[in-house]
Design a protein around this ligand. Sequence first.
Ligand SMILES: C[S@@+](CC[C@H](N)C(=O)[O-])C[C@H]1O[C@@H](n2cnc3c(N)ncnc32)[C@H](O)[C@@H]1O
Length: 275
Amino acid sequence: MPSATVHVSEGEQSASAQEVQDYPQSDTEISQTRESERPHHFGQSEFTRLHSQWAHMNSRTVHDAPDKEEKWGRYHAVYREARKRWTNVPYHKIAQEIRAWAKQEAQPLRIGDFGCGEGLLFQELRSMADYSDVVQSFVSFDHHIPVEGSEARQARGEHLVEMDFNNRRALRPYMGNDWMDLNCAVFSLSLMSRDWASVFSDIIPALLSTSRANRIFICEATSHDSKLQRLSELLKGNRYELLTAQPETFGNPSFTLLVAQYCPLQVPRNVATHH
Ligand SMILES: C[S@@+](CC[C@H](N)C(=O)[O-])C[C@H]1O[C@@H](n2cnc3c(N)ncnc32)[C@H](O)[C@@H]1O
C-alpha cells in the first residue's frame, strides 16, 4: 500500500500538487523530455493538463461549464490518444475482475459505472459471450453523455444518466428504478474533481444496497499515493473491507486497483433482545 502522508480535513478537498501533476505523467516530466524523445507528447500532455484543471474544481463547477459537447469531445479524444501508449487499460482489468466475481457469486450483477466516459466498460462486458451471466443491469453516469451513439448504447441495455454523480439531489428523479439498486460500483479514473470524497457520504449509501454483499472497484494512477491512501481509509470508515491487503498494481503507466466489499454489521449472537 502506498505510504505517503495522508491529507485530511480541508486537505481532502484539495488535490495535492503531486496528484495533479503526474496523472499519469506530469507535465514537468514531459517538458523535461527532449522534443525528439516525445513520440506522442501532445495527447498525453493535454490529457494531463485537463486533469490538472478539473482536479482544482468542485464537480458542480465542472458540470455547469458551458460548451460541454465540444469540451468533452476534446477530452475523450485526448484520453483515447493517451490510452494508445498504456500497456494495460483500467476498464479492461475491471471488466475481468467483475466477471470473475459474478462467476464466484453465480449470479449476474447490478452495476453502476460512475464516470463512464464513452461507455467502454459496458462495451467490454457486453462483448463477452457470457454477458448475461455477468450483468443483470448496467447504469452509466457521466457529466456529459453525447447524444450521438446514445440510442445504440441504450438499445444494447445500458441505462444512461447524465449528471454530476457527486450531487445526491440529482439522483432523485431516477430513484425507484430497479436498475438503480446496485451491488457493484465502479470508479475507473473518475474520482477527478476536488470534492471527489463526497461520493462516500452522498452517493454510495444512497445507491448500494447494504443488506447484502456489494463491491466497489476503484482505479487510480499509482502515482496518486496520498489519494489512494485516503481512499482506503474512506472505504474502511464506511464498512468496506479491502479484498487484498496489498492493492493490485498493473500496467505502464502504473495503475492501482482497489476492490472493497461491504461488511454488514455483525450482531453478536449472545446479545439478548429486551422488550
Ligand atoms: C478519465 S475518464 C474515465 C472514463 C472511464 N471510466 C474509463 O475508465 O475509461 C473520467 C470520466 O469521469 C467523468 N466524471 C468525473 N467526475 C464526475 C462526476 N462528478 N460526475 C459525473 N461524471 C464524472 C468525466 O466526465 C469523464 O468522462
